[in-house]
Ligand binder design. Structure first.
Ligand SMILES: Nc1ncnc2c1ncn2[C@@H]1O[C@H](COP(=O)(O)OP(=O)(O)OP(=O)(O)O)[C@@H](O)[C@H]1O
Length: 273
């Protein structure tokens, strides 16, 4: 059992996980009469791969949308880096270092891979409108710096060969990788992945798993991913929150949640009154 009160822990494969970066406390989210999230609390630690899993309609996407600022919960609070985060628009949340990918790919289909990834650098562009328009020194320098950061990610995710290709021509698995690249280009402190393996074949899933682990290793990015498929996340995650019908029914290491009777029942479809 992990002691979450301590300043981090060491994973089974020897990675050092740090202190709490985000804490969700007693979050409740309703849509009219539907309670999508019921009084859920959990934390996310620096450098960890944290998964949120659960059957269909469990409330996983709703939870990711609370973290990304897309939904504001009616109850509860979200503490980010020690401060209570006020209600704010998603673009402001992303400026605070939280980037995400989407379940249904949200890339600019007509644009090249490189240009799509460059859009992830928006928050890092500081040169004013005028200097950009006239290509003054600051804008040119900034462009070079941004290109360098993006090229590093392109190399890392092994997509050099398609950097000039329009996204519309790419197979599904590669589009997902480009989405990951764009999110990484923002240099996020927390990376949110919305079903990164959905719709992939076995080989693509294996590739994506490897990239998620490598990204965590290389950039030290704290990663929160939601997944429908319990098997896929077990190898990947350090800790797992399990949701069912809007409630948290399990939270712990993959081993702990796999041995949790409520989790086993939820996945086998055993009903609870
Ligand atoms: N925008 C919305 N308006 C109304 N109800 C919603 C909305 N979004 C989600 N819900 C409801 O909230 C509940 C949780 O849905 P959510 O999409 O968060 O679950 P999920 O675990 O991500 O499911 P899936 O694995 O099928 O994507 C469901 O009953 C869903 O119908």
């Amino acid at each position: 059992m992990l002691d979450t009160q301590t300043e981090g822990y060491v994973t089974a494969d020897g990675r050092q996980i740090g202190g709490v970066v985000m804490e969700l406390k007693n979050i409740t989210l309703r849509f009219g009469g539907v309670v999508a999230i019921k009084d859920i609390s959990f934390d996310i630690r620096h450098g960890e791969i944290r998964a949120i899993i659960g059957p269909n309609g469990a409330g996983k996407s709703s939870m990711l949308n609370v973290i990304s600022g897309f939904y504001n919960p009616q109850e509860g609070e979200l503490i980010y880096k020690g401060y209570k985060r006020p209600q704010m628009r998603p673009y402001k949340v992303s400026r605070m270092g939280i980037a995400r990918t989407f379940q249904n790919i949200a890339l600019f289909e007509g644009m090249s891979v490189l240009d799509n990834i460059m859009t992830g650098r928006m928050h890092h562009m500081k040169a004013g409108f005028l200097s950009q328009a006239f290509w003054w020194g600051a804008a040119a320098r900034e462009e070079a710096e941004n290109r360098e950061a993006v090229e590093k990610i392109i190399d890392f995710l092994e997509i050099q060969a398609i950097r000039k290709t329009p996204v519309s021509r790419l197979p599904y698995g590669l589009k997902k990788r480009v989405e990951l690249a764009r999110a990484l280009a923002a240099e996020p402190q927390i990376l949110l992945l919305d079903e990164p393996m959905a719709g992939m074949n076995v080989e693509e899933k294996e590739d994506m798993s490897r990239f998620i682990l490598d990204v965590n290793d290389e950039f030290g990015t704290t990663t929160v991913l939601i997944e429908h498929d319990m098997g896929v996340v077990m190898d990947l995650s350090d800790r797992v929150v399990v949701m069912d019908y809007g409630k948290k029914i399990g939270d712990g290491t993959p081993e702990e949640v796999m041995n949790n009777q409520d989790v086993i029942d939820a996945y086998l479809g055993v009903s609870h009154d």
